[in-house]
Design a binder for this molecule. Sequence first.
Ligand code: PHE
Length: 447
Amino acid sequence: MSRDNFGSRFGALVAMAGSAVGLGNLWRFPYLVGENGGAAFIIIYIALSFVICLPIFISEFVVGRRSQENAYAAFRDLSGGSNWKWIGLLTVIIPMVVLSYYSVIGGWSMEYLLKSLTFSFTSAESQSAISTMFVDFVSNPWMPLIGHTAFLLVTALIVVVGIKDGIEKFSKVMMPLLFFIVLAIAIYSVTLPGAGKGVDYLFKPDFSKINAKVCAAALGQAFFSLSLGFGTILTYASYVDKNENILFQSTATAVSDLLFALIAGLAIMPAVFAFGIDPQSGPGLVFETLPYVFGKMPAGGLIAILFFLALLVAALTSSISMLEVGVAYLIEEKKFSRPAACALLFVICWVVGALCSLSFGPLSNLLIGGRTIFDFLDNCSSNILMTLGSLFTVLFVGWCLKKTDIYDEFTNGGSLSKNAKLFGILWFLIRYICPLAVAVIFVLGIL
Ligand code: PHE
């Protein structure tokens, strides 16, 4: 059976960028900037994204496109059937775990979109009213569960259609839309009176804020935002045509991901400052602080609708990339049909996600290592498993695969002369610098 593939260069690019641009950019990046001291964090983030994460991104790309297989089979076959296949299996399992709780937040964005369509924020008297609205919402078992179900269902319905007609078509329409919405909000936000302080906060660095924790947070965020260590880039790359330029596609994805994060920062921070609100409000920033800001600004009702629409679209283009990792595995290794694979993974992720969703309410006392189920899974996967996934991938490419094979894949058989020139640096980064940096920052971050 021939494999489905991306139909065009633009299609492959927007699908990858769609995977990268997600809640990580619109929800996680802005609050991490707030928690880690603004511009200094952003500078570290940019440096780590390009020096450490881009080579890892390219490594995943090489593994996927060389093997043209799912993540598990790619590690197995490229290593000649060795134990590396277990790492492959790990990179299939991680995105399923993440999808389970990602879908809970995706569900929240759906319901906040509905709330904004009924102008629920404009009538709120104070910020505490909005916070209470959020706490009431997440601790009630039903509404978040319905949101989670709906979000996961839409994800599965896109993936079931396939690569070219499902994932690619959806991303082609949604990514440009997403870009214009976020850009429009950013332009609006920086023109609000008093917005200047927010812009300064984002772009005037205070280097005394930099320490190991900040670096670890920046690296973790860069991994998350570029979808690294999850098998997603690998799986998408396996559908990319052999004539495409890996360096171009990878750099373009990393640049668009960064651009989205910065524009999202500009959409949020200036507005938050303009209304005199503390930017350090953590994960609640998007759901507890922003709706209040929307409620106060002129035409805020409309901005709220646009913002939550953007959040939902960004989350969907990422969640489909996670689901595809498991679906590709089940189809190719376990001989499932695409619909059956989608259905099985829908059920599994639904159950795990439901537990996460309920951990904000009825199950809030059920703790694992002192954390709620949601926090535990988020922490475990985004801080530990993802870093390990990335570390192993880069070690696999640097130390297990043949250098000549990587050269061949990276330069399309030697025909891309610019890539050939850059290969030496790339190889050095992949073999020595990336694994070392990831290991050091990982250890410093957990100490
Ligand atoms: N990169 C996505 C985001 O920024 C999250 C993601 C992680 C998507 C891993 C796919 C795989 O939200």
